[in-house]
Design a protein around this ligand. Sequence first.
Ligand code: 5GP
Length: 170
Amino acid sequence: MAIETYISQEKIESRIKELARQIDQDFGGEEVVVVGVLNGAFIFVADLIRQMKSPVYFDFIGASSYKGTESTGKITITKDIKVDIKGKNVVLVEDIVDTGLTISELNVLLKEREPKSIKLATLLHKPAKTAHPVSIDYLGFEIEDKFVIGYGLDFDGRYRELPYIGIYNG
Ligand code: 5GP
């Protein structure tokens, strides 16, 4: 088994600082509810909110998608947020946008709860696979169509703790 470094810890850290500055500027000191998508976004979101200066509320949402040939293109909510987002600024934070199904469905779901605004953030985006186009407001890195692990992302439940993004070569 070999793991090749794809995006270093240093690059991730400096990009997150830039994203946090961008978010702070956009909200101009207003409160922000940051909603992280479980499981993969837990490390990204923890680092992101600690770089932000905006007043932050935080919660996680859990979603699983079924993408086989039987797929209805829907996701199941495995854990909902407790915080009331009506009239609030929301930033929905994903680890990686692949087909776009998860983030687009969560976007629709949260919009129904009438937030003041909703913005989408993801650390990684694989444009090659987009099937559900979404407009991403805060993007860490656009990547090739490769299976990546680390920094919250797993392979079969493992490697989430790696401080960098790697490519798993079996
Ligand atoms: P989407 O709904 O955009 O197709 O898929 C998003 C989810 O698929 C991510 O939250 C993540 O759980 C998983 N995923 C997509 N690509 C990768 C990848 O390269 N590595 C890992 N570990 N998970 C991925």
